[in-house]
Design a protein around this ligand. Structure first.
Ligand SMILES: *[C@@H]1O[C@H](CO)[C@@H](O)[C@H](O)[C@H]1NC(C)=O
Ligand SMILES: *[C@@H]1O[C@H](CO)[C@@H](O)[C@H](O)[C@H]1NC(C)=O
Ligand SMILES: *[C@@H]1O[C@H](CO)[C@@H](O)[C@H](O)[C@H]1NC(C)=O
Ligand SMILES: *[C@@H]1O[C@H](CO)[C@@H](O)[C@H](O)[C@H]1NC(C)=O
Ligand SMILES: *[C@@H]1O[C@H](CO)[C@@H](O)[C@H](O)[C@H]1NC(C)=O
Ligand SMILES: *[C@@H]1O[C@H](CO)[C@@H](O)[C@H](O)[C@H]1NC(C)=O
Ligand SMILES: *[C@@H]1O[C@H](CO)[C@@H](O)[C@H](O)[C@H]1NC(C)=O
Ligand SMILES: *[C@@H]1O[C@H](CO)[C@@H](O)[C@H](O)[C@H]1NC(C)=O
Ligand SMILES: *[C@@H]1O[C@H](CO)[C@@H](O)[C@H](O)[C@H]1NC(C)=O
Ligand SMILES: *[C@@H]1O[C@H](CO)[C@@H](O)[C@H](O)[C@H]1NC(C)=O
Ligand SMILES: *[C@@H]1O[C@H](CO)[C@@H](O)[C@H](O)[C@H]1NC(C)=O
Length: 830
């Protein structure tokens, strides 16, 4: 199929897809227990660590081994879970499992922008830097195994309560983000643990109860039906990338898959994860996600995560080992899988656990701010001089809405504990979500604080005034001259009004609607009716309903901030004043109307074995919109800049050769022409090149995005477009750069249930290189049709001391570990 304007690419001269032979594998099940072996390690450090782990475990008594599988009743630390010590193995205190993705559960650490924000930067270096600095904080606390890398939920449903914790619904973008994050954590000496394996795409009934915290009724736990191709192409895709990078841990999820609890599924853990994906670390249950001693022990779980009352092993496991129904070798393998990463990452040298130790520092604050600056996405901007962003030279700024000012919980914002969406209204700046994935902060620079700070840096201090309520009728003053409406006074006093609105999400609950909190849409419309330069700032976990105001002519700019972490206000203000040119791109789709999204979750009554059938396959987010022909409001990959870019001179050529894993090869198989190929799934297939030019007047960064359209003739409907590459060059005004995307066989393959493997089809692939999922600039399509910003007064940040982003060093395809470590070390010591 030739797509107009696309880059046609007929690299692969394979014959027409042959029908599978009778010999093709039909079942993935194996009777062999997947004992950890060195097969697949590409790193000597890990081979040696495995040998040491095997030797140490060989010398332990059965009591020592069983004792180590116990959950420690009294946990003297701030760790989420803590094991007993195992002195013979070098575990002096116990192994610390720690929450969570946006930082340590201590206010003396940094509250990071969420992983969805990191994904929105589309910048591997920033993602690496965020995780390197976060990992270093876990390391300094002494927390060996952070529960921090979210490869799922991906956000199958826009209503999902936890997808803000991860890297979004596109497997390629998430896979790259997971890779950078795993490497950075493990470079810092803490385990890169990926969660949740797999299919935890809703909170309602995840644990058999409507509010997902209490395990009220196991029979009512949500049961996912996911076909094998969708499982590989979407839900386990980023896990595979993380394993190749060396991820030493994986957390199994609450839900069932095909009728079996994920943490007790031999098909899922022993066959798919540990055999096909060749996972080399330990599987730990989500808290309470294991239900039986025998099921977890025999079907692939290696450690029980949770509070003491969720304990399934220790003494309870002993009789099963004694009578041989859980072979001692299986118990040994669990300890080997826990100790191998422990030795490979030299965790014996971690300090004693201390959650009161100050681990945040100036460097981490700078990195946190820069990630949020790189993430903030400019969705709309006026092209009329004097309106919209940036606001260079203004004398007065009006900040409107509670989300511009301190959150009601102050620095305890979200505290790793829970505020209940259904019962408590939430006001104030939103820097993080709720639940175990959130983190307290030592401080939050809310937008007011950020604007004051940035205002003072201008040549002339800027007057900052505000109205920090979401109710425009609040605070009417009856004076001598009659009623005065404070918000109107503030609006009249400034040439620009920033309306801050928000939405929240937390673990345990799905979002009940996509409405802004506290009637935010009405607040925006109130302001827009009275002010011709209304800038909207959205602080939210994901898509929100913008239908009531996005097209209002007085809404001159829209900024989307995600959960910006403790430096959110600095980042927003730096973008607003033009100190930073926005370059974030949406890692998900925003629809014109809420009805345009599929609901994609089970929201029915509590019944025995409620089913969530993922029958839409891989067609979520932009792949769904493309397939249905629904035009979104702001598409996946979209985001504006204060400058303009062009893409040109696209070309592509075949490339062969290995692209070795940093740590561990998987056992995924590649089929070509109906035959098992000796070419690796991850070997190179092609290089695609394009030139990106900054054609505007200010410095900035653009994300060149490569989407692939598959050939016709595949026995299954494929997405219209699939993201398969992205690169974000930072370009001075007038500068251009030629960038290359390296494609691997997997990037041109689909997963075939007939072969139980990846198949690269013969035929013509079409490549689209654009600046969003709907553009195709390099193929001759016109530039984005939305108005671009004027922004001619933007000045780049010049103080290198205050700048973490040192240029590309995290290689997109086959990374050189040494290079990344070097760049981080250089930066960290400055
Ligand atoms: C495990 O060992 C610890 C001491 O390290 C002890 O307090 C605990 O009771 C033991 N548990 C079992 C089940 O033996
Ligand atoms: C600050 O923290 C980073 C990692 O978060 C570390 O590399 C750096 O050495 C620390 N700087 C100081 C001055 O402690
Ligand atoms: C182990 O997993 C298999 C396949 O996933 C499942 O059929 C079986 O019931 C599980 N066994 C136990 C004891 O849970
Ligand atoms: C082994 O012991 C467990 C726990 O007591 C029991 O449930 C199981 O039936 C026993 N299996 C055999 C084969 O004796
Ligand atoms: C799910 O049901 C609840 C209760 O009826 C409702 O409030 C909520 O809006 C529903 N969510 C979705 C996504 O339809
Ligand atoms: C939101 O504000 C509008 C306009 O003031 C009002 O009509 C509407 O009832 C409000 N909605 C809620 C849920 O408060
Ligand atoms: C835009 O704002 C101006 C005030 O600056 C107001 O007079 C006008 O009615 C507004 N436009 C709309 C469509 O509300
Ligand atoms: C916007 O409103 C201000 C204040 O009312 C006015 O001075 C200015 O001319 C208006 N600008 C535009 C472009 O309408
Ligand atoms: C669990 O839920 C099912 C379905 O609603 C119900 O039939 C069953 O009685 C419940 N069991 C308990 C122990 O509440
Ligand atoms: C799930 O959906 C698929 C596709 O519509 C259908 O074939 C299958 O029977 C469904 N499975 C269940 C358990 O409902
Ligand atoms: C501004 O944008 C509008 C609407 O897209 C367009 O018609 C107009 O030509 C643009 N003006 C400039 C100066 O680019």
């Amino acid at each position: 199929m030739l797509i107009k304007g696309g880059l046609l690419f007929a690299l692969l001269a394979y014959e027409a897809l042959a029908a599978p032979t009778a010999a093709a594998t039909t079942s993935a099940s194996t009777s062999e227990y997947p004992f950890l072996s060195a097969d697949g390690f590409t790193s000597d450090v890990w081979v040696k660590a495995l040998a040491k782990a095997q030797q140490v475990v060989g010398g332990l008594s059965i009591q020592e081994k069983l004792n180590f599988t116990d959950i420690r009743g009294v946990n003297p630390t701030g760790c989420a879970a803590f094991t007993y010590p195992l002195p013979a193995a070098g575990i002096k205190e116990g192994l610390c499992y720690a929450d969570g993705p946006t930082g340590i559960n201590s206010k003396y650490s940094t509250q990071w922008p969420n992983e969805l924000a990191a994904a929105a930067s589309w910048d591997r270096d920033l993602i690496y830097l965020r995780a390197a600095a976060e990992g270093a904080e876990f390391s300094r606390v002494g927390a060996a195994v952070p529960f921090s890398i979210v490869a799922g939920p991906v956000g199958r449903s826009v209503y999902d309560g936890r997808s803000w914790e991860g890297f979004g619904p596109d497997p390629f973008l998430a896979g790259e983000a997971v890779r950078a994050t795993v490497r950075a954590f493990q470079d810092a000496g803490v385990t890169g643990l990926l969660k949740h394996f797999v299919g935890n795409e809703q909170e309602y009934l995840r644990y058999g109860s409507p509010g997902g915290y209490l395990r009220s009724n196991d029979s009512a736990t949500i049961d996912d039906i996911i076909d094998p191709a969708t499982l590989r192409e979407l839900y386990t895709y980023a896990f595979a990338e993380g394993i190749r990078e060396g991820a030493g841990g994986i957390m199994c999820s609450y839900n069932k898959l095909d009728g079996v609890y994920a943490c007790e599924s031999g098909n899922l853990l022993n066959d798919l994860l540990k055999t096909e994906l060749n996972f080399h670390g330990a599987v730990v249950t989500d808290f309470g996600a294991g239900r039986t001693t025998y099921g977890t022990a025999i079907n692939g779980t290696d450690a029980i995560g949770g509070f003491a009352y969720m304990n399934l092993w220790g003494e309870r496991l002993a009789p099963f080992v004694q009578n041989g129904s859980v072979p001692e070798a299986v118990l040994d393998d669990k300890l080997v899988r826990i100790l191998t990463p422990f030795y490979a990452l030299d965790q014996e040298s971690l300090p004693e656990v201390d959650y009161d130790r100050w681990v945040a520092n100036k460097t981490s604050a700078i990195v946190a701010r820069e990630v949020t600056e790189g993430a903030i996405t400019l969705l709309k901007n006026s092209n009329e001089t004097g309106l919209g962003l940036p606001i260079k030279g203004v004398t007065d700024v009006a900040l409107i809405g509670s989300a511009a000012a301190p959150g009601q919980f102050g620095i305890l914002n979200n505290l790793g504990t829970f505020w209940y969406l259904n019962s408590s209204p939430f006001t104030g700046a939103i820097s993080d979500g709720g639940g175990s994935g959130s983190s307290p902060a030592a401080y939050v620079v809310d937008p007011l604080a950020g604007f004051v700070k940035a205002g003072l840096e201008q040549e002339r201090p800027v007057a900052i005034d505000g109205f920090y309520s979401d109710d425009p009728s609040a605070g009417i003053v009856i004076g001598e001259t009659g009623p005065v409406v404070p918000i109107d006074v503030k609006l009249a006093g400034a040439p620009v009004a920033f309306v801050h609105v928000s939405a929240v999400a937390e673990e345990g609950y799905d979002r009940v609607s996509l409405e802004l909190l506290n009637n935010g849409s009405a607040l925006i419309n109130y302001v827009a009716a009275r002010h011709n330069n209304t800038v909207v700032v959205v602080e939210a976990p994901g898509a929100v309903d913008m239908s009531q105001w996005y097209s209002h002519p007085n809404v001159t700019a829209i900024l989307f901030t995600y959960f910006g972490g403790q430096e959110m206000g600095s980042a927003i203000a730096n973008v607003a004043f033009g100190k930073v040119n926005p370059s974030g791109k949406l890692p998900f789709t925003i629809a014109k109307n809420v009805q345009d999204y599929p609901v994609n979750l089970y929201n029915g009554s509590i019944v025995v074995n409620p089913i969530s059938n993922f029958s839409e396959g891989v067609f979520i987010d932009y792949k769904y919109f493309d397939e249905q022909g629904i035009s979104p409001l702001y598409e996946f990959g979209y985001g504006l800049s204060y400058t303009t870019f062009s893409l040109s001179d696209a070309s592509a050529w075949a490339k062969t050769g290995p692209c070795p894993a940093a740590v561990r090869e998987t056992n995924e198989k590649l089929y070509i022409d109906g035959k098992l190929s000796d070419i690796g799934v991850y070997d190179y297939a092609a290089t695609v090149q394009v030139t990106v030019a900054n054609t505007g007047k200010v410095d900035g960064a653009e994300v060149a995005q490569l989407y692939v359209t598959y050939p016709d003739g595949i026995p299954r409907k494929m997405p219209v477009k699939s993201l398969r590459g992205f690169i974000k060059p930072y370009l001075k005004a007038g500068e251009s750069q030629t960038v290359q995307f390296e494609l691997r066989n997997k990037d041109l393959a689909y997963w075939s249930p007939d072969y139980s493997g990846w198949v690269v089809p013969r035929g013509k692939f079409t490549f689209h290189i654009g600046t969003s999922s709907l553009t195709d600039e390099a193929g001759g399509f016109p530039l984005v049709s939305r108005p671009l910003g004027h922004g001619s007064t933007f000045t780049p940040q010049s103080d290198p001391e205050d700048h973490a982003h040192t240029g590309p060093f995290f290689d997109p395809a086959c990374p050189e570990v040494a290079e990344a470590v070097l760049a981080w070390a250089k930066y960290a010591s400055s």
